[in-house]
Design a protein. Structure first.
Length: 395
């Protein structure tokens, strides 16, 4: 077996057992699921334990209902509210038809329930205002549109995905990229620094070349990142399958195109090569783990930059900033997927982005390999900028 394969296997098997990897892979998703589950549980308990019993005072003489409690005396409504006979009551003033103004009273603040209460009152008012109209007209007034968007070009109309699809695909990819790529490249950084600090780098380099060492670490930890993505997908599939409602929603709303999926895989792999190579170079240069994390944080922040401007990219995918972020190699893996999922990116821009990212990955790997070779055996001394330039120029 080739030496780089042995190193890749060692890095994969060693890091997959790390507590940090297990926590990021299983701990964080379970933590967020637990938080969401507790929130839904309390929401469900609150919904089941207290059903809205609404009363009203009509000063226009236009409204009547068998579902709501009608009062002619507001003092009696106030007394029933304070005695918990009703949960809310509202007053319809004489000038309601001119102003649309009503007054809603509750015995306590409950912002989470306000929307539900307003929905019930809204339906009550519409049913009465339109009581002489056919049921289908009432339904259309309550829900006037059920829209479907199309993009028209030379090939004819093309149905657009829903806003849910537009948001969930790029954001899911961005989260996967952020967690998996940064975690894997971070493990590479930590591995290199630990081997330098423990003074075992000399022993390793006496048996393998720096090329095999770098290649093995990048491939092994890249496989670790892909494993992490696979675990996330399996966990998501299990959660979806045990929840038929969520399954129906996702199947009906999400339509992932094959080109977008292939582009995501391509950007994922090339983006990992870029960040892994950077982390390898930083690990070789840094003298301590803390120093390495500080330097690496600059590049990680740059990689997550599109997340900070995600709303702008979704709203203005063809503006200058969005285009620049989709071409710059540290931000293109996330920014371009966001653009591809929201608009038809011109083919030349896509090709430029891929070409820039591929060329950048090659040169960053080459530069990092030279720095990696020259700096691995330097203990307690960080090379200067001038020395780094010298290392890069050396063949």
């Amino acid at each position: 077996m080739s030496k780089w394969r042995i190193i890749a296997k060692h890095e994969y098997l060693t890091n997959i057992k790390r507590k940090e990897f297990l926590f990021v892979t299983f701990g964080l998703p379970l933590f967020f699921l637990a938080i969401m589950g507790i929130s839904f549980l309390f929401m469900g308990i609150g919904t089941q334990s207290e059903e809205n019993n609404i009363g009203y005072i009509d000063r226009t003489g236009l409204f009547d209902s068998s579902n709501l409690t009608k009062y002619t005396d507001e003092e009696l409504a106030r007394k029933d509210l304070l005695d918990n006979e009703i949960t809310n009551y509202f007053v319809i003033p004489e000038n309601y038809t001119a102003t649309g103004k009503i007054f809603i009273y509750s015995s306590r603040k409950d912002f989470a329930n306000n929307m539900k209460i307003e929905g019930q009152i809204n339906n009550f008012l519409l049913d009465n205002l339109l009581k002489n109209e056919p049921p289908d007209i009432i339904q259309r007034v309550k829900k006037p549109i059920d829209s479907e968007y199309f993009t028209l070009n030379e090939n004819g109309p093309k149905s657009e995905d829903s806003g849910f699809t537009i948001l969930i695909i790029p954001l899911a990819f961005a989260m996967l990229f952020t967690l998996s790529i940064f975690a894997s490249s971070g493990f590479l950084l930590q591995s290199v620094i630990e081997e330098k600090e423990n003074k075992i780098m000399e022993i390793i380099l006496s048996s393998v070349s720096h090329e095999d060492l770098l290649k093995g670490k990048i491939i092994g930890l890249g496989a670790l990142g892909l494993t992490q993505v696979l675990i996330y997908l399996v966990l998501a599939a299990v959660i979806i399958l045990i929840n038929p409602v969520a399954l129906l929603l996702i199947v009906s709303q999400i339509h992932i195109s094959i080109p977008l999926l292939l582009a995501g895989i391509m950007y994922f792999l090339m983006g990992y090569l870029v960040f892994a190579s950077i982390m390898a170079g930083v690990g070789a240069v840094a003298t301590t783990s803390r120093e390495g994390q500080q330097i690496a944080g600059i590049f990680s922040l740059a990689g997550a930059f599109p997340m900070m401007f995600s709303q702008f990219i979704f709203s203005n995918p063809n503006e200058g900033l969005a285009i620049a972020l989709s071409i710059f190699p540290l931000t293109s893996p996330i920014a371009m997927i966001m653009r591809l999922s929201t608009t038809d990116v011109p083919l030349y821009e896509l090709m430029i982005s891929i070409l820039v990212l591929a060329v950048s990955a090659y040169f960053i790997m080459e530069i990092s390999a030279r720095i990696f070779r020259a700096s691995l055996l330097m203990y307690g001394k960080k090379p200067t900028i001038k020395e780094l330039i010298t290392y890069v120029r050396q063949n």
